[in-house]
Design a protein around this ligand. Structure first.
Ligand code: FES
Ligand code: FES
Length: 167
C-alpha cells in the first residue's frame, strides 16, 4: 500500500508518494528530495542535527513520520536565504564563529530561527542556552553559537521595530 501526501517544502509545493509509512521526514528530505543540508546525527531524537521547521515550529525530523505531515509547510536550511542574501541567523553564525566542523550547524541554525520566532529567550544568554539545549555540538562551539543567536535576535528585533515605525 502506498500513501500520497502534499507538502510545501521551502515555499515549493510537492506531492510525495510513500511506499512505507515508517519513512521519517529526515530520510524523505535527504534521500528523496535531495535536501541533504539537514543532517542525520543520532537518528533518535538526541542531538538536534536534524532540526527543521514544520509550520514554523522546530522539530526533530528524525522523530517525525513523513506520512503524518500531509498539508504541512516545511522549511529546511536550504530555504532560509532569500535572493542570494543569507538569513540574519546564518550571518550571525559566521560573524561569531558559531561553528567548527559544521555538522551540527544546519540544525543549530534552524533551531535558533525557531527559538527567535517563539520569542521566549530574547537576548538572555542563559535562556538561549536553555532554549538551544536540544542541539548538541561535538566541537563545543557553544560560546559562538550563543553569541550568534543573541546577536541575530537583536538584529531581527531591531529590523522589525524599524518596519513597524515606517508602516
Ligand atoms: Fe535527529 Fe539526532 S538526528 S535528533
Ligand atoms: Fe562540529 Fe558542532 S560545529 S559538531
Amino acid at each position: 500500500m502506498s500513501y500520497s501526501i502534499n507538502l510545501t517544502v521551502n515555499d515549493r509545493s510537492c506531492k510525495v508518494t510513500l511506499d512505507d509509512p515508517r519513512v521519517t521526514l529526515l530520510d524523505l528530505l535527504r534521500e528523496r528530495l535531495q535536501l541533504s543540508g539537514t543532517k542525520k546525527g543520532c537518528d533518535r531524537g538526541q542531538c538536534g542535527a536534524c532540526t527543521v521547521l514544520v509550520d514554523n515550529r522546530r522539530i526533530n525530523s528524525c522523530l517525525t513520520l513523513a506520512v503524518t505531515l500531509d498539508g504541512a509547510s516545511i522549511t529546511t536550511i536550504e530555504g532560509l536565504a532569500r535572493e542570494g542574501e543569507l538569513h540574519p541567523v546564518q550571518e550571525a553564525f559566521l560573524a561569531h564563529d558559531g561553528l567548527q566542523c559544521g555538522y551540527c550547524t544546519p540544525g543549530q541554525i534552524m533551531s535558533a530561527v525557531g527559538l527567535i520566532a517563539e520569542g521566549q529567550a530574547g537576548d538572555d544568554r542563559e535562556r538561549i542556552r536553555e532554549g538551544m539545549s536540544g542541539n548538541l555540538c561535538r566541537c563545543s562551539a557553544y560560546v559562538g553559537i550563543t553569541e550568534a543567536v543573541c546577536d541575530a535576535t537583536r538584529r531581527m528585533n531591531a529590523a522589525t521595530d524599524t518596519e513597524r515605525k515606517s508602516a
